[in-house]
Design a protein around this ligand. Sequence first.
Ligand code: PLP
Length: 389
Amino acid sequence: MSKVMPTYYNQMPVSFEYGRGAWLWDQEGNQYLDSLAGIAVCALGHAHPAVTATIIEQAQKLLHTSNTYHIAKQIELAEKLTHVSGMEQAYFCNSGAEANETAIKLARLYAKKKGITEPMIVTMKNSFHGRTMATLSASGTERIQMGFEPLVKDFVYVNLNDIAELDAIVDKYQSNIIAIMLEPIQGDGGIRIATEEYLTHIRRICDQHDWLMIFDEIQTGLGRTGKWFCHQHLSIKPDIMTLAKALANGLPIGACLVRGKACNLFGPGKHGTTFGGSPFVCAVACTVLDTLENENVIENAKRMGEYLVDKLKTDLQYPCVREVRGRGLMIGVELDKPCMELMAIGLKNKVLFNITSNTVVRLLPPLIINKSEADEIVARLGKTIAALD
Ligand SMILES: *Cc1c(COP(=O)(O)O)cnc(C)c1O
């Protein structure tokens, strides 16, 4: 019996020793092209020199003090994040699920402020917001919720991009709804993109009713889609935005950003964390943000993303390939059948990706890939899909 609880599905029989940029080496010295980046986490690739330098430098100074004291690096990170996002305040925690817990708690407080005692939050079917009790309850995905009932109450789920269905729910529950929460592109749900029309509609409804619009940009944020944040492709802004994954390029951190009516809802004692926002993780996150900016990484993600999607569309001419879709370097290749076994075939072909939603190959390469690495992703993935057919 394994001494590690077997919580992960289809875990690959390989363990990596070291990495450099978009490449990983296993214990036998085999080299792999990483098109998953630790699930959108290692945006700057592996062993980025600026990140490594900050880790060493900060480790020699100070790791942790707790939030009993001011943390200068945390304040600096909040300033950087609010600057690039146009949000106004930040709260730091240790994971995506915690960032979304924070957003949900804020929505509940906002409801109380408005005199709503049984507030509801609208979320999307097929969404993924995390594995804690509140965030799995928010995730409109039975596979994630099954077995953990009773769920946290009063989430109501609608189909992404179905305006008529949303309007009907709004009519039905309008005196209880307090927020609408969604991923601008569903990541674990199979790279399903919210339409501009749908997001604009949600923004309008939230303004009209004075509700909170909550964007979970944990996967889409921080340059992944070719902008700092995915919603910046449109001219709308959320009231609350959650981040995690790429924020410290592999160290655990989450953030919940707020603006306008979502500011100052937490008073002292209302929320907190022991580890969150430590000098160590915040120093690394500051370096990640600086590097994304100074090395034009986001511009590269946009260019390489367009190139990769075009090339996948032209080169992946297999009968089982139904659609290639994505934004920036968040890309899904949907097949016409379940294809979990592709991950193992990809491993043989030395290319790493994962399968979401059973039928979708998800590519989330580091944002620093160059053209020849993009070509190599397409070639290796093509060979992998060919072996399936
Ligand atoms: C990964 C992810 C989460 C959960 O983050 P954890 O750090 O695993 O808790 C939540 N929402 C989205 C959109 C994600 O991609």
